[in-house]
Design a protein around this ligand. Structure first.
Ligand code: GTP
Ligand code: MG
Length: 206
């Protein structure tokens, strides 16, 4: 997919205030500091489109971007940030759960996982919940430039092993790096395929 245009639209705390659900939407989520905003900038080829930061907790709201006037990309605030109070954590959960359940155009949640860290309960639990609610998701392993591919693959095997204890079907996954743009084509092609399906369904329904 060629990115002709990528623009920031809105920041919201509530799904019902987000842009009208007229285009297919992809949400990026994961632990704080995992590299969500960096990945969005890498995919769109627009440095500075999503705000990045070395300190966790930068993204606090539901941020909508419109790509090629064709699809929505959403940067969600991260979870599992240790310094966040219980109240903020509960508010985060409320905002995210409401968003996930109230976006009819949400095609896929991209769960970002730092490729350097052993499987974390918070990530496994979040994906388990997506699975239970029937919300489609893929795993995107980030920061793969920081270690060897063999180390990344060992981590992925470990994740899939843990997930196969619960699920018969395992999610699709991607290896990425915002530094080297690894995985860019694969992720964009995946999105393009779903967009095509959306357009075909819309045409059939019209
Ligand atoms: P919050 O919005 O705070 O939850 O963080 P985030 O998940 O959006 O992470 P962000 O993109 O701000 O990146 C966090 C830090 O990781 C920054 O210092 C980035 O430069 C760094 N980073 C992100 N992706 C990569 C990557 O692929 N490779 C390397 N080496 N560093 C990365
Ligand atoms: Mg961010």
């Amino acid at each position: 997919m060629i990115i002709r245009d990528a623009r920031f639209l809105t920041s919201n705390s509530r799904a019902d205030l987000c842009p009208a659900p007229t285009l297919p939407e992809y949400a990026f989520i994961g632990r704080s500091n995992v590299g969500k905003s960096s990945l969005i900038n890498m995919l769109t080829g627009r440095n500075g489109l999503a705000k990045t930061s070395a300190s966790p907790g930068k993204t606090q709201l539901i941020n909508h971007f419109i790509i090629n006037d064709d699809w929505f990309l959403v940067d969600l605030p991260g979870y599992g940030y240790a310094k966040v109070s219980k109240v903020s954590r509960a508010e985060w959960a409320k905002m995210i759960n409401y968003y996930l359940r109230n976006r009819p155009n949400l095609m896929c949640v991209c769960v970002l996982i730092d490729s350097r860290h052993a499987p974390q309960a918070v990530d496994l639990e979040f994906m388990e919940k997506l699975g239970e609610e029937g919300i489609p998701f893929v795993m995107i392993f980030t920061k793969t430039d920081k270690q060897s591919t063999a180390q990344t693959k060992a981590l992925i095997t470990e994740y899939l092993r843990k997930m196969s204890e619960i699920w018969d079907e395992l999610p699709r996954y991607f290896l990425t790096s915002a530094e080297t743009a690894r995985g860019r084509e694969e992720v964009l092609e995946f999105i393009a395929e779903i967009n095509q399906q959306w357009q075909a369904d819309a045409a059939a329904g019209a």
